[in-house]
Write a protein of this length. Structure first.
Length: 49
């Protein structure tokens, strides 16, 4: 409703990070939440315009 993008940040070992865009709600079967790789720089470019 407000144009927000749900994002999950993951800490990678031994260093670094990964970003994931949450694509749907969990379905209650105990599995992982549906997600897709995400690059925050892409959003920042769109906001700066």
């Amino acid at each position: 409703m407000v144009g927000a993008i749900p994002v999950l940040a993951e800490q990678l070992k031994p260093r670094g990070h990964a970003w994931w865009r949450l694509t749907a709600r969990k379905d209650g079967n105990g599995g992982r939440q549906p997600m897709a790789p995400f690059q925050p720089d892409e959003v920042a470019e769109g906001v700066a315009r």
